[in-house]
Design a protein around this ligand. Structure first.
Ligand SMILES: NC(=O)c1ccc[n+]([C@@H]2O[C@H](COP(=O)([O-])OP(=O)(O)OC[C@H]3O[C@@H](n4cnc5c(N)ncnc54)[C@H](O)[C@@H]3O)[C@@H](O)[C@H]2O)c1
Length: 308
């Protein structure tokens, strides 16, 4: 199992580290355009191997895609992150060009690769990869919902004063401050609906805090977060690499599912060795359907800014 991570920045390096620590891949290639940067990150990470007890080989590359050849999975984190006060959508101009070139280079050297798109605005970048590469839809996966759901569970546990392992919940919809749809009515604490424990107002607050989860961290850190994004990506990579058939909300091309067409947006999917093996259609209330429609309209508007 060979995994490439493009972008050795905050998210790329965190993702490479989690993949290595989980010890399921034989090789992780980290590639960056900045001279020597990926080699440095790879060497630093390799020097944690004996300390953290993993055998995954981590290799750095300055824009040399021949080192990525034969990758089973590639993660695209290259591009600029947002600064405090910015929306993810504002990154489209620079990141679209980067994501297009990077995905083409990856496919040239690994024709069977499964791509995981992380760069923002992620739903639109995932759509761009569909439009420009012609890869089958099961091999193009946008990562956003796995992270947003982890943030949702963090906020739910905080409100419930319960351990996070007691809590389950999912965020679907667009990966944006306004587009996320935290499914509060479906969230549970040990299979009991969280509405049994929390008032409607408190649940609304949990949903609101979840939606601005990324912006809250960007304000604190001065740039976008990396530990939880890296961990979320590594979870998707592991589900594919180990054919786990795990369900995550991921951005995928919809062709009528959830009444939506011709866009990539977060919905629950089953991940296994073929990438997205199934889109899971869950029953939504009228209010949830309306939020999903509104979210989709936002994503489509951003897609309209692409020069395809
Ligand atoms: N989808 C999500 O949930 C999620 C979460 C966090 C961050 N992000 C996004 O991920 C991206 C990366 O964030 P970050 O914090 O790691 O940024 P960063 O600036 O720390 O790292 C980005 C790296 O990409 C490299 N790069 C730029 N152009 C490249 C190219 N053409 N080829 C190879 N490498 C190139 C840069 O040199 C840099 O090292 C941003 O767009 C950010 O918004 C997405």
């Amino acid at each position: 199992m060979k995994v490439t991570v493009v972008g050795a920045g905050a998210v790329g390096a965190s993702c490479a580290e989690y993949i290595a620590i989980k010890n399921f891949a034989s090789e992780v290639v980290v590639l960056d355009i900045k001279e020597g940067f990926a080699e440095g990150k790879a060497m630093d990470l390799m020097q944690t191997a004996s300390l953290n007890g993993f055998d995954t080989k981590i290799v750095g590359s300055t824009n040399d895609y021949s080192k990525t050849a034969g990758s089973d999975i590639a993660v695209i984190t290259s591009g600029i992150p947002r600064k405090p006060g910015m929306t993810r959508e504002e990154l489209i101009g620079i990141n679209a060009g980067i994501v297009k070139t990077v995905s083409e280079n990856l496919i040239k050297h690994s024709p069977n690769v499964i791509l995981i798109v992380v760069s923002n605005p992620m739903d639109t970048m995932t759509y761009l990869v569909h439009k420009t590469t012609g890869l089958p839809k099961n091999r193009i996966i946008g990562m956003g919902g796995a992270l947003d759901s982890a943030r949702f569970k963090y906020r739910l546990a905080e409100a419930l004063e319960a351990p996070i392992s007691d809590v389950d919940g999912m965020v679907i919809g667009g990966h944006s401050d306004t587009g996320m749809v935290p499914l509060t009515a479906h969230a549970t604490r040990n299979s009991v609906k969280v509405s049994e424990f929390l008032s409607e107002e408190r649940l609304d607050q949990v949903a609101a805090d979840t939606k601005v989860g990324g912006a809250t961290l960007t304000k604190l850190l001065g740039t976008s977060a990396w530990y939880a994004p890296g961990a979320a990506v590594s979870g998707l990579v592991q589900a594919i690499a180990c054919d786990q058939k795990k369900m995550f909300p991921c951005s995928t091309l919809l062709e009528g599912e959830y009444g939506l067409n011709d866009l990539c947006i977060g919905v629950p999917v089953i991940l296994g060795k073929n990438g997205i093996e199934k889109i899971v259609e869950i029953e939504l209330s009228d209010a949830e359907k309306a939020k999903m429609q509104e979210s989709a309209a936002g994503v489509s508007k951003t897609n309209g800014l692409l020069e395809l």
